[in-house]
Design a protein. Sequence first.
Length: 577
Amino acid sequence: MKILLSAVNAKYIHSNPAVYSLKAYAGEYGDNFQLEIAEYTINQQKDEILGDLFLRRPDVLCFSCYIWNISYVKELIGDISKVLPDTIIWVGGPEVSYHALEFLEECSQVTGVMVGEGEATFPDVARHYQDNKPDLANISGIVYTEEKEGERILRQNPPRERLKLSAIPFAYETLQDFRSRIIYYESSRGCPFSCSYCLSSVDKKLRFRDLELVKKELRFFIDHQVPQVKFVDRTFNCDHNRTISIWDYIREQDNGITNFHFEVAADLFTEEELDLIGTMRPGLIQLEIGVQSTNPKTLSAIRRQMDFEKVSQAVHRIGEGKNVHQHLDLIAGLPYEDYESFGRSFNEVYTLKPNQLQLGFLKILKGSYMQEMVNEYQCSYQCREPYEVLKTKWLSYEDILRLKGICEMVEIYYNSGQYSRTLPVIEKIFPTPFAFYEAMAAFYKERGYFAISHSRLRRYEILLEFLELYKKEELEYYKEMLVLDLYLRENVKSRPSWAKDMSVYREYIHDFYRTEEKAPRYLTEYTGYQARQLSKMTHVEVFQYPVLQQGRGESYVLFDYKKRDPLTHNADVYIIK
């Protein structure tokens, strides 16, 4: 008998830890039948996936269902049941666990739903088919259908007890299938908080994997030089001693390559934790901090416990070390948060200067407390996934559209990191950062730029068009700032149209590289290269304005692309004259 665990991920670089965990838990019993994993992405053609599933011809096909793939999976189920009518189909995951009966009523091709944690449930279901047992009545944690006298009857068995997390075997026996993909790792389940929009709050029992087991498994990733390990723990730093122990371990075992991603509550950080963070290699860890809102009434309504003053202090302190990428989140559409309130939240978080500021929109997840409150909050949301909010008592759909435009501007101009020197200068033109991105979004809409896919250089040109409306008299200065940002990121082959002619400086630049070839002062890591090669591998730009330091006039700046900031990826720069 062949059983296929199938996952449809959002991107190729993603992997699905659930199917690997189920396979690992099945353990030696999996030797009694043929157990395979098949991962796809929502960006693939359905015909391609359907054809692959057909050629695999599983006896039992299991789908992992989430908010990003549920409609896609439903269509696959409808089609696969036509070409493989004898294949038994099961599903699991958060998108089917909380409304399992309704899902089975809608999808008659599906035999059952593994509700909640599936590791212990899956082997029981597999044994049922392997051993040809008469019924499913004795398997906990499932909702299923059975035929009785020609009638399809829905059955719901008692829930399964929560697992001890250390009882789940390590999911990654080999890393052969994870080249160029993110590794997801789980050292705890549940969450100490009760945020109304999040499904993690449903599982209030916080469980930890044995600490020594965690270290052993992290050692496996480090030894194999995995590029990134992303912890899926909802609040990694909820246990101080455990946090210190794991962070101490990865710092001591650091291979100089592997990066570890953690979701944390910044207001829980202790002095000891902040001190430890400050000693880490740049790029060893990155932190995702969910602020969501700074409106006290909003935080109370969503059951979000947060001390924003402590968050600010922690983010500033970590930022001063210039060794940790910080990703801060805001959610639009929360109760009591209108357009102006969201703008205030934006400005307060933006002031912290995170490496990335993620603007998300509230999603009404099945099984969440927020779903129970939609009528009271007059919340309308999309009929299909991702069930994103359309309007609330406090926020109109027009406001949502405006915020969508602002969100795109933040992604392009802030989160890309490509305008890190120019943006702080532009922001001074406007009363607040939110006002700048609001004006930029309005400009894009007026010019019809949202509907066009722009090249990187074109984005710079559009920013100059925008600045011409506000600071035409200082446009030459802004042009130089953008040239600085452009060459910080990339030694571009095609010189931008707005950059000044450098031919008048050609002789000095040639002399500089000839000197560096013979007696390097700046390019000491380029030994053996000739002057012409050095000029192609690096870049010299002459600026008339003080783009790098206050009060300086003309300056000759060398961009070294072998040396880059590990967080921003910007080239090192030297003022050579």
